[in-house]
Design a protein around this ligand. Structure first.
Ligand SMILES: Nc1ncnc2c1ncn2[C@@H]1O[C@H](COP(=O)(O)OP(=O)(O)O)[C@@H](O)[C@H]1O
Ligand SMILES: [Mg+2]
Length: 270
């Protein structure tokens, strides 16, 4: 679905934000992109939407080279909620914001109305229907950009730092939405340094550092690799740290890291 072939990119100020990235994300996969600030995650996301084109190498989306596709063509397939929603919101009202892309993609008026209501409901934004997006909080703006994208039902959904500004309940709903997209067969890419958010939803984890991919594997494997995470300056989930601590004690039976908390709780019962 998404393929990076030895992609490098240098920003205008000379920073090499991607340095020989090769990465393949198949249709229906759920991938988290982690790495410290400046690792190149957002630059990578912008290559999938065609907003940035590689200096060398190539990026293919659904088999099409992003150099040969317009951003309009790509955005029908790839919906991105960017890190800073202020750069994405431009309409007078929340309702209009949600309708805009749908109308542009040619959905009939009744479908537009239906999907707008669905999105506002799902993300708890109904009361703001006729308000300006500018009055929303940071977290609400992020939810609005996500609602806009899901409304046009792209094959690929990319979320850049979606948990920033969200409280615990919203994070839990967001996790639910991601799992729902996954089970609907969407390709989902989440950029996040919120390790505690990622751990329970168990994505394939791609670790970036200095514009390179330095690790790639299932969450259970990557999150237990202390050295890798430390070298990329990514925190370990508390539960995994706890699990590894547990297993340094002799006689601890094998439990899956996802079950560590429950196991410890049961072990402590009288
Ligand atoms: N528009 C830009 N102009 C110049 N440098 C940039 C720009 N965007 C990002 N960079 C630089 O590219 C590197 C990667 O940035 P970015 O992709 O935003 O990383 P991340 O999303 O992992 O924090 C950083 O060193 C950053 O300062
Ligand atoms: Mg970023």
């Amino acid at each position: 679905m998404i393929e990076f072939r030895d992609v490098s990119f240098v920003h205008q100020n000379g920073v090499r934000a991607l340095d020989g990235v090769s990465l393949r994300v198949d249709a229906g996969e759920f991938v988290a992109l982690v790495g410290e600030n400046g690792a190149g995650k957002t630059t990578l996301v912008k290559h999938v939407t065609g907003l940035l084109k590689p200096a060398s190498g190539s990026v293919l989306v659904d088999g099409v080279d992003t150099r040969a596709a317009s951003t309009a063509q790509l955005s029908r397939k790839v919906g991105v909620a960017f890190q800073n929603p202020d750069h994405q919101l431009f309409s007078e009202t929340v309702e209009e914001e949600m309708s805009f892309a749908l109308r542009n993609f040619g959905f009939p008026p009744e479908v537009v109305r239906e999907r707008v209501s669905w999105g506002l409901e799902l993300f708890g934004l109904g009361e703001y229907r006729r308000s300006s997006p500018l009055i929303l909080s940071g977290g609400e703006k992020k939810r609005l950009t996500l609602a806009c994208i899901l409304a046009w039902d792209p094959q690929v959904v990319m979320l850049d730092e979606p948990t920033v500004g969200q409280d615990a309940i919203q994070k839990e709903k967001l996790a639910g939405t991601i799992l729902m997209l996954k089970s609907a067969g969407k390709t989902v890419v989440v950029v996040s340094h919120d390790i505690e958010f990622l751990w329970p939803i168990q994505p394939r984890v791609v670790v970036m550092k200095g514009g390179r991919v330095v690790g790639d594997g299932p969450a259970t494997a990557i999150m237990q690799d202390r050295d890798l995470l430390a070298s990329a300056r990514v925190a370990q989930p508390q539960l995994v740290e706890f699990y590894q601590e547990l297993h340094r004690r002799p006689g601890t039976p094998f439990v899956h890291p996802l079950d560590a908390a429950r196991w410890a709780e049961e072990a402590m019962l009288p």
